[in-house]
Design a protein. Structure first.
Length: 316
């Protein structure tokens, strides 16, 4: 009876990573040779890159049958790229990795061992160092993880990366979540399963530059809150109740003051400030409600999360 090798599918989202992909491929290839009893498939997802990323994917796919690729019709974002990769996997296990080598393929050896020998469903990595972050970004990142862990329905580990190795069962559970507005880190926590967290120091990029800026990170954080928490909506209701109570006591105070001391005309500047402040609070929370409504609007359209233009099977 022939021994059947277990297959590990690597999902590598790529956006303008022409310099990083060859380096990643070589390192992943070295690791695959070390992991006896397994075979690899590498699924590169081209997220609308404007450089030679797709050309390099084509070349690797032609050279190595283990290399597959999915190319989007435009940039749909990393969340869509990860979802496309998860849908395409054929392996017994799946790992999500960045092409920039900040997710070292060498760690797969330890991760696979923990799943096989200790019975975990998932092994995920997190970093505490945040090398390359300035003081403000570090502070905001730490505060963000503490906040989202308290207000969301899924457990969030500070410094968690997308780099993780999962069983096929967990992959299938993630794919059951069909929503358009995706926040994968929250989904990992929501589906549960027995997860082992490993701390490591993420190395610097071996090539290329980071595509995430502060604006994108803030947007990503807001997506996480709205995807797994209704706390902002509850907060708006609580603040509204507080202002109603304050207004009630203020009316009583004004009536009593007028009956005792009359009704002087002074004080209009402070009244204008109060009106502006309260109006600002109202508009702020209306904006929050509007953001949730926009997410509902996008969900009910049932648009595809991504659109594929080309794969290794349909290449031109």
């Amino acid at each position: 009876m022939l021994f059947k090798k277990e297959k590990i599918s690597l999902i590598i989202p790529c956006f303008n990573e022409e310099e990083s992909i060859p380096i990643f491929y070589e390192e992943a290839n070295k690791v695959s040779k070390k992991m006896k009893g397994t075979e690899f498939e590498m699924i590169f997802v081209n997220d609308g890159s404007g450089d030679k990323t797709l050309d390099i994917m084509r070349q690797l796919s032609k050279k190595d049958k283990r290399v597959r690729y999915i190319s989007f019709s435009r940039n749909f974002g990393k969340e869509a790229a990860m979802y496309a990769g998860l849908e395409a996997v054929t392996g017994d296990y799946a790992a999500i990795m960045d092409a920039d080598m900040q997710d070292p393929p060498e760690k797969l050896i330890e991760m696979y061992h923990l799943i096989k020998e200790e019975g975990y469903d998932c092994v995920a990595l997190y970093t505490e160092s945040h090398e390359g972050y300035n003081f403000i970004r570090k502070a905001l990142t730490n505060c963000w993880y503490k906040l989202i862990d308290k207000i969301s329905d899924s457990h969030q580990v500070p410094g968690a990366r997308d780099f993780r190795l999962m069983t096929r069962q967990m992959v299938d559970a993630i794919l059951e979540m069909k929503e358009y507005n995706r926040y994968t880190k929250g989904m990992f926590g929501f589906v549960g399963f027995h997860t082992k967290w490993l701390s490591y120091n993420a190395p610097d990029r071996r090539a290329g530059t980071s595509k995430f800026n502060l604006r994108k990170l803030v947007k990503y954080a807001m997506e996480g809150v709205m995807a797994f928490s209704t706390t902002p909506l509850l907060l708006s209701a609580y603040v509204g109740m507080i202002f109603c109570i304050l207004a009630f006591f203020a009316i009583i105070f004004i009536i009593v003051k007028t009956l005792i001391w009359g009704d002087p005309t002074s004080g209009w500047p402070s009244m204008v400030c109060i009106i502006i402040f309260v109006s600002g609070i109202q508009l702020f929370f209306l904006g929050i409600i509007g953001m949730y409504l926009s997410k509902i609007y996008l969900e009910i359209k049932h648009r595809p999360v991504y659109i594929v233009k080309e794969t290794e099977k349909t290449k031109r």
